[in-house]
Design a protein around this ligand. Structure first.
Ligand code: ADP
Ligand SMILES: N[C@@H](CCOP(=O)(O)O)C(=O)O
Length: 312
């Protein structure tokens, strides 16, 4: 019936949102892809609200309504103009926090989707994306976290607009995840407030080429298209070894390399038909030279985005 709000969800459900790697070099605040590491919420409608972070990764995150996931659920209620029904919310994640793999975006998107689900789904996907992008201030993590795949997105006063691309065939991701944390706010604070026209033209032309190359599966163009002078040079002092990897990773099998989000994770693309052992050996060598501990992992690009399981 028009005008009747949907009934709230009364049975338990699960929401799973993936990690993401934003920017991909020149696509600052506008381009990202989805990585198969997940934040999972188990939501059980009940008479009172309980927020329960689980597992070592979430040690120290608040177990009350100040938790980022719960605040995200409230954002869905605010956009829908309705109070959030009470529930028990269990939160787990295998996305490492503050490493440039979009843990905050996964928490935010999972929370908004869970809040929307609890309310009986009054918001459509575009409204969920818009709420998430406005909260984060940029759409390049939240769009792939919501839709999966590779996403090009813009956020301005007219709204949030996006195009989702299926990953090209044979494109895989290798990530070097250092053991130290770098908050996105700290890594944004080092960026200049203004850029020259030459830098702007360089950025928009390379971001446009990168989006087109990813859309057409032109893996041969990635290395050139991923050049960036908007954020990586400013952040390099915060990430030992980054400059070397950007310059040299192609010699060890990478199709292209970039700082993942605001760092400190570094992302390389690889061809899934080729062995990645030489790239792993090179990345471990960079860590060793720079006195860093960390992990090197291969992933496919997640294509599912955020999933709701109502039968869980
Ligand atoms: N599942 C979660 N539950 C609660 N807070 C979270 C969760 N995931 C991330 N956060 C918050 O987000 C912060 C990390 O966000 P940020 O600095 O943007 O790095 P990134 O998004 O790259 O991991 C964490 O320190 C924590 O405050
Ligand atoms: N475009 C943003 C992306 C931040 O990603 P995160 O995963 O580090 O939160 C930026 O580069 O600041």
């Amino acid at each position: 019936m028009p005008g009747t709000p949907p009934p709230p969800q009364t049975t338990p459900f699960t929401v799973r949102a993936p990690a993401s790697s934003a920017n991909l070099g020149p696509g600052f605040d506008s381009l990202g892809l989805s990585v198969p590491l997940y934040t999972t919420l188990r939501v059980t409608p009940q008479a009172t609200t309980q927020v329960v972070p689980l597992g070592p990764e979430l040690d120290g995150t608040p177990a009350d309504e100040s938790n980022y996931v719960y605040r995200a659920m409230q954002l869905a209620a605010t956009r829908a103009g309705r109070p959030l029904p009470p529930a028990r919310i269990e939160i787990e994640t295998d996305v490492p926090l503050a490493r440039g793999l979009g843990s905050s975006a996964a928490a935010l998107v999972a929370g908004i989707v869970a809040g929307n689900e609890l309310l009986g789904r009054p918001l459509d996907d575009l409204a969920v994306l818009d709420v998430a992008a406005r909260e984060e201030g940029h759409p390049d993590n939240v769009a792939p976290a919501l839709f999966g795949g590779i996403v090009v997105a813009t956020l301005d006063k007219l709204g949030t607009h996006y195009v989702r691309l299926d990953p090209p065939a044979h494109l895989g991701v290798t990530v070097l995840i250092p053991d130290f944390e770098l908050s996105t706010s700290k890594a944004r604070a080092v960026l200049p407030k203004e850029y020259s026209r030459a830098d702007a033209v360089h950025a928009l032309s390379h971001a446009a080429l990168l989006a087109a190359a990813l859309a057409q599966g032109r893996l041969d163009l990635l290395r050139h298209a991923m050049q960036d002078y908007i954020h990586q040079i400013w952040r390099a002092p915060l990430v030992p070894g980054l400059s070397d990897i950007l310059e040299e990773a192609w010699k060890h099998g990478a199709l292209g390399a970039a700082l993942s989000g605001a760092g400190p994770t570094v992302l390389c693309f690889h061809d899934t038909r080729e062995p990645t052992a030489p790239l792993h050996a090179y990345l471990h060598g960079v860590m060793k030279r720079n006195g860093l501990e960390g992990r090197v992992m291969d992933f496919p690009i997640d294509t599912a985005g955020t999933l709701v399981d109502r039968d869980a």
